[in-house]
Design a protein around this ligand. Structure first.
Ligand code: NAP
Length: 325
């Protein structure tokens, strides 16, 4: 069969969440031929009808019985649910692409950004981890820059959107926007939260994820990378201020040239999260040399966390996987 027309059977677990909805939008936008599609969510959405391409699908309760002939399953669920559910289908033929952090740092599980390390997926791989949303946009750019020269150190500070915290945080934000505040909820509207997740050794969970996942994907355990992650009152798309230090002095023109030649990264003077949202591109802006350290450059990365940082990454993996199934 012409691999162009090859159809696979798909499942999407967490179809009604922010990432799940983005998966559906992208399936509608792209030419990804599939036969069956099963959608799953929590009890509150059982029976909900969702249109994908020209068919209407019903949201079901997750059950391993649906997975006998599912080739690829996307998981856009919590870490706990992904762990349990993927374990339940381990004897099926399904390859699971998981957006949670459940499997990312497991040594034998590939943590994949297709443009960077698709080769980590081997014949027989059953679980593929999608990296953290901030990690994906960062490594996409660092990987490209490493083609000029080895990067010694990275300092990244993030301005992360509300949608990165899922549907619940988004609903809190929208409620507070209308002036409704409830006790014990974080104040996210008109505010800025200086950490994301629990603290360990002075760094919060999101910072550990960026640091560890970047090292794993770039296969550079010695990379000197530190991160500061901040939640800002922006609905969607993450922004990162990055300092990257090369081993040697690299001219800024060389950096501009390689970004301009790349297919998925756009170099621009300035850009904002509203303009970036809904796009399938990673934007690099404010690119400049450090005035004091000749090997250092500074720039800003902005990308849609639900697309680049989650659903699109999963779909791109599946598109390449489809040719090999
Ligand atoms: N948001 C981002 O930018 C982003 C980026 C990268 C990775 N991730 C990761 O991707 C995952 C999903 O994130 P999200 O932002 O989409 O979260 P979300 O908006 O809270 O959505 C969670 C989804 O899980 C579903 N779910 C809950 N319990 C379930 C169950 N028992 N069976 C089946 N489905 C169940 C929910 O269904 P109901 O709607 O019925 O409750 C919903 O569809 C998380 O692990 C997150 O860390 C998120």
């Amino acid at each position: 069969m012409n691999s162009q027309n090859k159809k696979v059977n798909l499942a999407l677990v967490g179809a009604t969440g922010l990432v799940g909805i983005e998966f559906i939008k992208i399936l509608n936008e792209r030419d990804f031929p599939f036969n069956k599609l099963f959608l799953f969510a929590s009890e509150k959405n059982f029976g909900k009808k969702i249109k994908v391409k020209d068919s209407v699908y019903t949201v079901n309760r997750f059950d391993e019985k649906y997975f006998d002939d599912i080739d690829i399953a996307f998981f856009a669920t919590s870490t706990k649910d992904s762990l349990e559910m993927i374990k339940m289908i381990k004897n099926k033929k399904t390859v699971s692409i998981d957006n949670s952090s459940a499997f990312r740092m497991k040594e034998n599980i590939p943590l994949v950004v297709p443009e960077v390390n698709f080769h980590k997926i081997k014949k027989g791989t059953k679980i593929i981890a999608n990296p953290n949303c901030s990690t994906i946009q960062l490594v996409t750019v660092l990987y490209l820059l490493e083609r000029i020269d080895k990067i010694n150190s990275v300092v990244v500070s993030t301005y992360q959107a509300i949608s990165g915290g899922g549907k619940e945080l988004m609903n809190i934000f929208l409620k507070q926007q209308k002036g409704i505040y409830t006790e014990n909820e974080p104040v996210v509207f008109n505010n800025l939260i200086q950490f994301i997740g629990k603290f360990k050794n002075g760094f919060c969970e999101e910072e550990h994820k960026i640091i560890n996942e970047t090292k794993k994907i770039l296969e550079n355990k010695k990379l000197k990378i530190t991160a500061t992650t901040i939640r800002v009152p922006v609905l969607n798309s993450h922004t990162q201020s990055v300092m990257a230090e090369f081993k040697k002095n690299v001219g800024i023109d060389k950096v501009k040239k390689i970004i301009n030649k790349s297919s998925g990264i756009v170099l621009t003077d300035t850009i904002d999260p509203i303009s970036v949202s809904g796009t399938n591109l990673v934007f690099v802006s404010r690119l400049r040399k450090d005035p004091f350290f000749k090997n250092r450059i500074h720039f800003i990365i902005t990308a849609d966390n639900l697309r680049i940082g989650a659903a699109l990454n999963g779909i791109k993996i599946a598109e390449r996987l489809r040719d090999e199934i």
